[in-house]
Design a binder for this molecule. Structure first.
Ligand code: AMP
Ligand code: FE
Ligand code: FE
Ligand code: ZN
Length: 295
């Protein structure tokens, strides 16, 4: 069972990398990708916790901004796998996004406090590591703790959603640049949940066709936020363009209701991703467990 998209406490999941690996093993996951938002800080702990029968895929979910295919732009998530975590461009860009994430949490906190909500952005940030990719789920948890809402999902629906009264945007990498950056660092790039419509506006299918020409490797088709008809459309686009089709849970522990491995990726697709990364690696070696090491 292959799950290529999960989050730990290093970003906005609720399980430490060690706990996440144990949850995955207990669920029968044999290939697990750790894809925290805009950071690789959880990789070492996950590697230490990895049971011998499990392949650990080092990855990250990059915050990007994409053309929407209608003349505007939308935020989009891009999964990068098997890239060199020490690549200077990746390191600098992830740091830039994380800094912006913390500034944005502070700004949303100020708006919420001004609106009478019991949120102190500074106090919230003080509880997180200095280089944390702080996100809206952290505010959501604080709202649950304060008794304002019953769950993080409710916090999103009522207070944290894009376009809501407290929403503040952060810096995001232009997606074509992010694809090129991941590839240049020896990795492969997969467009995460492109049709997750309940989060806000999404891209048109034409954008995926354009990105496929610009080097995108794959598209996450089977995702808990994707409707059946949208999955069918994405499969057609993938068949036309040669994009690899992945499926993943986007597990976030108790910050979401989705169980781990509720969606999975076919073994042949995972093998194709590893083959591509091996061909691209410059100065990095793809290990038998799917990780990378500097050579
Ligand atoms: P941010 O990265 O700060 O923009 O927040 C987006 C993150 O919030 C996503 O990566 C999800 O983990 C989470 N999220 C988005 N929508 C929801 C929702 N409706 N319920 C729970 N978590 C959500
Ligand atoms: Fe998340
Ligand atoms: Fe995402
Ligand atoms: Zn995710």
């Amino acid at each position: 069972m292959i799950d290529l998209h999960t989050h730990s406490t290093v970003s906005d999941g609720t399980e430490t990398p060690t706990e996440l690996v144990a949850t995955a093993a207990a669920a029968g996951v044999t290939v697990l990708a750790l894809t925290d938002h805009d950071t690789t800080a959880g990789w070492a702990e996950a590697a230490t916790a990895r049971p011998s029968g499990m392949t650990l895929v080092r990855g990250a979910e990059f915050s990007t901004v994409s053309p929407d295919g209608r003349g505007g732009e939308v935020t989009a998530h891009l999964l990068g796998y098997l890239f060199d975590p020490e690549d200077a461009t990746v390191v600098a860009e992830q740091e830039r996004v994380r800094n912006s994430r913390r500034d944005r949490l502070r700004a949303m906190g100020e708006r919420m406090a001004a609106g009478g909500l019991p949120i102190d952005g500074e106090a919230l940030l003080a509880r997180l590591p200095a280089d944390s990719p702080a996100g809206r789920p952290h505010i959501g948890q604080a709202l649950v703790e304060a008794g304002v809402v019953g769950s993080v999902s409710e916090a999103f629906r009522e207070l944290l959603r894009k376009g809501g009264p407290y929403y503040v945007e952060k810096y995001n990498t232009p997606i074509a640049e992010a694809v090129a950056m991941i590839r240049a660092a020896g990795g492969v790039a997969v467009f995460a949940h492109p049709f997750a419509r309940r989060r806000g506006d999404v891209v048109e299918a034409s954008v995926l066709r354009d990105l496929a020409r610009e080097g995108l490797d794959g598209v996450e088709v089977d995702h808990p936020d994707h409707a059946d008809d949208d999955r069918a459309t994405l499969r057609e686009v993938a068949a036309e363009t040669g994009l690899l089709v992945t499926g993943s849970s986007d597990y976030h522990g108790t910050n979401k209701t989705t169980p781990i491995a509720v969606e999975t990726t076919a073994p042949a697709v995972f093998e194709a991703l590893v083959v591509r990364a091996s061909a691209r690696a410059t100065g990095v070696e793809v290990l038998a467990d799917g990780g990378v090491a500097a050579t």
